[in-house]
Design a protein around this ligand. Structure first.
Ligand SMILES: Cc1cc2nc3c(=O)[nH]c(=O)nc-3n(C[C@H](O)[C@H](O)[C@H](O)COP(=O)(O)OP(=O)(O)OC[C@H]3O[C@@H](n4cnc5c(N)ncnc54)[C@H](O)[C@@H]3O)c2cc1C
Length: 394
């Protein structure tokens, strides 16, 4: 298909996924970096009304974000129906590691995920993944993906909307109507960012409000921005935004919950920190023009003129699509035992969507490996089919 244009920024993981999707479907496209080309940034905002990347243009069609369903409708080919030995939901550190382990056991595996990398791709700097003293989330995930692609693993970029069991087979269904059948199921859907729940928030998402600072930061060069949140992720976001603009305000609902080192760094960088404040209103129609904040101690409300509002207020597990298939705890996390077994035989889980306390890349990856090994054992017992180790095929 001719005339497809993708607006990106250098570090945006979702932009990379759009490119990967288009390449996989043999779609030629022109890439435009709006972080470097201000005229192109103006053009993108004019065409799409978006101040966030990626934006994909094809004729009259404007696709905002990495919208796998829409991209599949426009460019995708329907996948053939197969019965797999394992379906893995999620391609973050847990799902990708599980994929390598399943593939090495010669299990016919498909990974179905909305994006590759999950939260790990949003981290600016990772300093606690063994083997790398420091690495960006983007780089680490590239290495994970490369390793997965070295094996015969099918990776489908789609959202899962339902999983259920029919006899001994699990059915994993996506909004495009595709149903992936499998003997075992590994759940690794991770977590997604919470929103503020304010009026107009959804309409202003990508038009001033952002949950992906690593994607959108270059579009706010020289503009006043605010970051909401009081944990490490919020401080990291504020510090990174300071590289693009002088005016960064950090709005913290309660007291600061981050590591001491970040408070020092934020003060040194000249970030304005407002503890015990909350955002009570968003302003602007076509794009964010400002916010109202409230001092939770005095009740006083003030306006703040900002072009960008970056949310870093925590995460909720992506378990809505399970609809009762497996047992969850009160936080809607999947209940697992120490080996990744859920309440349903044949269903295994790993990573941040589970009840495991430590929400870290190295833990998610380790638990992904454990879940895959258990799935393999279950599969062998179920089918009586012994499998062998697969070697890397390049
Ligand atoms: C800003 C930030 C910085 C961080 N920094 C660090 C750090 O420095 N060090 C560290 O160890 N940890 C860090 N973390 C935590 C770390 O990223 C997570 O612990 C880790 O990514 C969890 O991996 P996961 O595979 O369980 O889930 P995720 O990484 O959340 O991946 C989930 C996957 O599931 C997919 N998915 C979700 N729902 C569906 C669905 N319905 N259908 C299809 N696919 C779906 C997603 O698309 C994604 O591919 C950070 C997190 C954030 C947000």
């Amino acid at each position: 298909m001719a005339g497809v244009k993708v607006y990106t920024t250098e570090n945006c993981p979702y932009c990379r996924m759009v490119q990967a999707f288009l390449r996989k479907h043999d779609v030629e496209f022109e890439l435009v970096d709006v972080g470097k080309d201000r005229e192109a940034a103006r053009e993108m905002i004019e065409i799409s009304g978006q101040r966030g990347v990626p934006v994909t243009i094809s004729g009259d069609e404007v696709v905002v974000g990495f919208d796998a369903k829409r991209l599949r409708e426009l460019f995708g080919k329907p996948p053939e129906e197969l019965v797999h030995d394992a379906v893995i939901v999620g391609a973050g550190p847990a799902g990708l590691t599980a994929a390598v382990y399943c593939a090495r056991k010669l299990m016919r595996t498909v990974v179905v995920a909305e994006n590759v990398g999950g939260q790990a791709a949003w981290s600016w700097t990772i300093e606690n993944y063994m083997g790398f003293s420091t690495i960006s989330g983007e780089e680490l995930i590239k290495k994970f993906e490369e390793q997965v692609r070295g094996f015969q693993v099918r990776l489908e970029l789609e959202s899962v909307e339902e999983v259920r069991k029919e006899g001994e087979v699990f059915l994993t269904r996506t909004p495009s109507g595709t149903v992936y059948r499998s003997r075992t199921l590994i759940l690794a859907p991770g977590k997604e960012p919470k929103k503020l729940g304010l009026l107009g928030e959804d309409q202003l998402m990508g038009k001033g409000v952002s949950i992906c600072a690593i994607c959108d930061a270059p579009l706010y060069r020289g503009k006043p921005v605010a970051v909401v949140g009081g944990g490490n992720a919020a401080f990291q976001t504020a510090l990174e935004m300071k590289k693009f603009t002088d005016s960064v305000t950090l709005i913290v609902r309660r007291s600061l919950r981050c590591d001491e080192v970040y408070i020092e760094r934020a003060k040194e960088a000249g970030i304005r920190i407002l503890p015990h404040h909350e955002v009570t209103a968003l302003h602007g129609d076509a794009g964010l023009t400002g916010i109202t904040i409230r001092d939770r101690e005095t009740g006083e409300e003030t306006g703040l003129d900002v072009d960008g509002l970056f949310l870093a207020i925590g995460l909720a597990p992506n378990t809505g699509f399970l609809k009762g298939l497996v047992a969850l705890n009160e936080q809607n996390e999947i209940l697992i035992d120490e080996n990744g077994h859920t309440s349903v035989p044949g269903v295994f889980a790993a990573g941040d969507a589970t009840c495991v306390k430590a929400k870290q890349i190295i833990v998610a990856a380790g638990d992904g490996a454990k879940a895959a090994l258990e799935a393999h054992e279950y599969f062998e017992e179920l089918t009586g089919r012994p499998t062998e180790e697969q070697t890397v095929c390049r």
